[in-house]
Design a binder for this molecule. Structure first.
Ligand code: FAD
Length: 456
């Protein structure tokens, strides 16, 4: 198959690489595109979009391939595959970086930390910059430096008619607003420009683990601890089992446990003071907090959620961490059958909450905590385990119903299973505005293989 004006690699079912090229992070996704157009740059992306339009092909856009529902691949259509576009160019004097649309966060951290710089990115290095940024972008640095989109300065976008435009505060301002939270609905981003900040390169970071039986007490303590935390301190709670990482003694592997993991985006000594009370609380079973290269901390969870396992997710924003929330979390978190399943809770506030709600399309800046319930099991395990894990995630979310905030983080939605929640993810006002921008830039809803916003 030929795509006019395309210089990249065209992969079809006849090619030996086809199965590897259509696989994504979640092994349960099994789609067979007619063609995978592996682009080398913006011009290729434009050629692929024009070709798809001319032949009425379904389009999926692949950034890092981490969307849990596999929206990066479609059946029968064309995958605009950005996985060969992973370049990162840092301007250390201007403290900015240009990042190609198929880069992973590990690529960004590697290049920016060579200059002692960073921007808010995902907490797993093999997550894609593309999807994560366009949905908002939450991570360790967000309380100090804002969401990923709060650091987005400009984007090079290929729109539905195949034109290449630049969106920034000064150019296509409506598109720039929508890209910051509205997902892949408005075009394909060939490159992003981000603001960078001095971070590390050594930061105080790491998790403290307590036995699962201590969950209620740890969460009650945590609720007060984060209420007074400085912006530099990013915290995530992880509930499940102790992951079998080489830094953890083997006798603890897979033991049910709650962890509070921290990363202090400031001086190590200030970080020591900020986490002192947390480390002293109760009787931790292991404390791994210490001065750590920021890049290592960013990659520390990579092996706990590898490519090729089976995954299913449910998530919601929470209106707080009341005793009721804590009871539900303690009751459900350890009921999964697979020791690889877990739940995680991000703490927001700080710089995230200081940006006006309508400044970007991202909803939920007023939310203090969220929760993501991650069912994970091995492909070789029988289907019964998968069904049980899926039920666990659904039941856990249902039990949280009385405590859910109105919004949900769109990047934690399952494109298929949660289609009805997209409108709720944004709230009425933002959804309406997004629908208008969609009508202007993609009136035929060409980019619909995503958390879809209908042109309106
Ligand atoms: C292990 C893991 C850890 C995660 N951790 C975090 C985290 O710390 N913080 C956080 O905010 N989120 C996190 N996420 C969620 C993540 O933001 C979403 O899964 C996101 O969709 C991943 O983006 P991607 O480019 O890898 O995905 P893909 O599956 O490649 O893309 C998802 C969708 O995004 C769109 N898209 C991707 N790239 C582009 C592009 N360049 N231009 C236009 N559209 C594009 C497309 O619509 C595509 O369907 C995590 C996910 C996983 C699996």
């Amino acid at each position: 198959m030929q795509i006019p004006g395309f210089r990249g690699q065209v992969i079809t079912a006849d090619d030996a690489e086809y199965d590897a090229a259509r696989a994504v992070w979640n092994n349960t996704v099994d789609r067979r595109p007619r063609v995978i157009a592996r682009c080398t740059g913006a011009a290729d992306v434009a050629a692929a979009v024009r070709h798809a339009r001319a032949h009425d092909l379904e389009i999926a856009v692949r950034g890092g391939g981490h969307n849990v529902a596999g929206s990066a691949v479609c059946d029968d259509g064309i995958v605009v595959d950005l996985s060969a576009m992973r370049g990162v160019w840092v301007d250390p004097a201007g403290r900015t970086a240009i990042v190609q649309g198929g880069a992973l966060w590990g690529d960004v951290d590697h290049e920016t930390q060579a200059h002692g710089l960073a921007t808010t990115g995902g907490i797993v290095g093999h997550t894609g910059v593309g999807g994560l940024t366009l949905g908002g972008g939450i991570g360790w640095l967000m309380r100090k430096h804002g969401l990923t989109i709060d650091n987005l300065l400009a984007a090079e976008v290929i729109t539905a008619d195949g034109s290449i435009v630049r969106a920034s505060a000064d150019e296509h301002g409506d598109l720039f607003w929508a890209l910051r939270g509205g997902g892949g609905n408005f075009g394909v981003v060939a490159s992003f420009q981000f603001a960078l900040h001095p971070v590390g390169p050594t930061v105080l970071a790491g998790p403290v683990f307590w036995a699962a039986d201590d969950t209620s007490e740890v969460l009650r303590f945590y609720r007060d601890f984060v209420a007074d935390a400085p912006d530099e301190l990013g915290n995530i709670v992880r509930l499940g089992t102790v992951p079998p990482l080489p830094v953890i003694p083997e006798d603890l592997h897979y033991r049910p446990a709650i962890a509070v993991a921290s990363c202090f985006a400031g001086a190590v000594e200030d970080g020591e003071r900020a986490v002192e009370a947390l480390r002293r609380f109760g009787s931790p079973i292991i404390d791994l907090v210490g001065p750590t290269p920021y890049v290592d901390h960013q990659g520390g969870l990579d092996d706990t959620v590898p490519h090729g396992w089976n995954y299913y997710w449910k998530a919601t924003n929470l209106d707080g961490m009341s005793d009721g929330v804590i009871d539900v979390v303690a009751d459900h978190a350890y009921e999964a059958r697979s020791p690889r399943s877990y739940a995680a809770m991000f703490h927001f506030e700080g710089a995230v909450a200081r940006v006006a709600n309508d400044a970007t399309a991202y909803a939920g800046r007023d939310v203090p905590h969220n929760i993501i319930i991650d069912a994970a099991w091995l492909p070789e395990q029988d289907a019964e385990i998968g069904a049980a894990e899926t039920e666990w995630a659904r039941g856990f979310l249902a039990a949280l119903e009385p405590h859910r905030a109105d919004s949900v983080y769109v990047n934690f939605l399952d494109v298929d299973d949660d289609a009805g929640r997209v409108r709720a993810a944004y709230g009425h006002g933002a959804y309406q505005r997004l629908a208008e921008v969609k009508a202007k830039y993609d009136p035929d809803n060409v980019f619909h293989h995503n958390n879809n916003i209908l042109p309106g």
